[in-house]
Design a protein around this ligand. Structure first.
Ligand SMILES: CC(C)(COP(=O)(O)OP(=O)(O)OC[C@H]1O[C@@H](n2cnc3c(N)ncnc32)[C@H](O)[C@@H]1OP(=O)(O)O)[C@@H](O)C(=O)NCCC(=O)NCCS
Length: 189
C-alpha cells in the first residue's frame, strides 16, 4: 500500500511560492481541465494522450485506480500547476517497474517544481517496492531529459523515429531508467 496519509503535503519552491501536493480525486476535473488548457499547443503535441478533450479528463476522474495509476497534483491558489503520475502493473513481469510522467504549468517552470514532483514519485516508487522507474521522453523535450537525469535517471536508449506526435510526425524516444536501492534483490515472491 502506498503511504497516502502523507497528503496533503506542502512544499516551498526556491522562490518562496507554496505548493500543495495531493492525489487527484474525482472532483478535480474542472481544475485539471483548466490546467491542460494552459499548456501550449507545442507541448500538447508531444504529450502521449490527447488532453485537449475534456471527456478524456472526465474519464480519468471516473476510472481513478491508484494501484494502476497514481496522479499527484500540485496546487497553488486553487489552480493545478503540476501533474505527475506513477503507473504500475499489478500482474505480469513488470510488477517491479513503475513508469513516471510529468507536466508542469508554463508559469511554474524553472522554479524547481518539476524536480520536487519527480522526487515525490521516486519516494512513492520506493514505498511501492519498485525496483526501477522508467521515463519515456520525446528527444526534443530536452528540459525533461535534463530534469530526469539531474535526479539520477540514466539514458538507456534512444529509439529512432519510434513515436509520432499528434500531427503524425515521427520523433526519437529517449528511454530513461532510475534503479531503486533494492534493484539487486533476487527473489520477487
Ligand atoms: C520537463 C518539465 C517537467 C520540467 O519542469 P520544471 O518545473 O521546469 O523543472 P525544474 O524547474 O525542477 O528544473 C529541473 C531541471 O530541468 C532542466 N531544465 C528545466 N528547464 C529547462 C530548459 N528550458 N532547457 C533545458 N533544461 C531545462 C534543468 O536542468 C533544471 O535543473 P536546474 O534548475 O537545477 O538547472 C517541464 O518543462 C514540462 O512540463 N515540460 C513539458 C512536459 C514534458 O516534457 N514532460 C516529460 C515527459 S514524461
Amino acid at each position: 500500500m502506498l503511504p497516502l496519509d502523507r497528503y496533503p503535503k506542502e512544499i516551498t519552491l526556491r522562490d518562496g511560492a507554496c505548493v500543495t501536493f495531493r492525489p487527484m480525486v474525482r472532483e478535480d476535473v474542472a481544475p485539471l481541465w483548466d490546467f491542460f488548457k494552459r499548456i501550449s499547443p507545442e507541448d500538447r503535441m508531444y504529450l502521449r494522450e490527447d488532453v485537449a478533450k475534456r471527456v478524456e479528463v472526465e474519464r480519468w476522474a471516473r476510472d481513478l485506480d491508484y494501484d494502476a495509476v497514481l496522479p499527484i497534483l500540485a496546487f497553488c491558489g486553487g489552480f493545478v500547476v503540476g501533474d505527475a503520475t506513477l503507473h504500475r502493473n499489478r500482474t505480469g513481469w513488470k510488477q517491479r517497474v513503475g513508469t513516471v510522467r510529468i507536466l508542469i504549468s508554463p508559469d511554474f517552470r524553472h522554479r524547481g517544481l518539476g524536480t520536487a514532483m519527480i522526487r515525490e514519485l521516486r519516494h512513492l516508487g520506493e514505498k511501492a517496492s519498485l525496483h526501477y522507474l522508467l521515463a519515456e521522453v520525446i528527444e526534443e523535450q530536452q528540459a525533461a531529459v535534463r530534469a530526469f537525469e539531474k535526479l539520477g535517471f540514466e539514458r538507456m536508449s534512444v529509439l529512432r523515429n519510434y513515436v509520432n506526435d499528434q500531427k503524425g510526425n515521427l520523433h526519437n524516444l529517449v528511454v530513461l531508467l532510475y534503479p531503486m536501492s533494492d534493484a539487486d534483490e533476487e527473489v520477487l515472491y
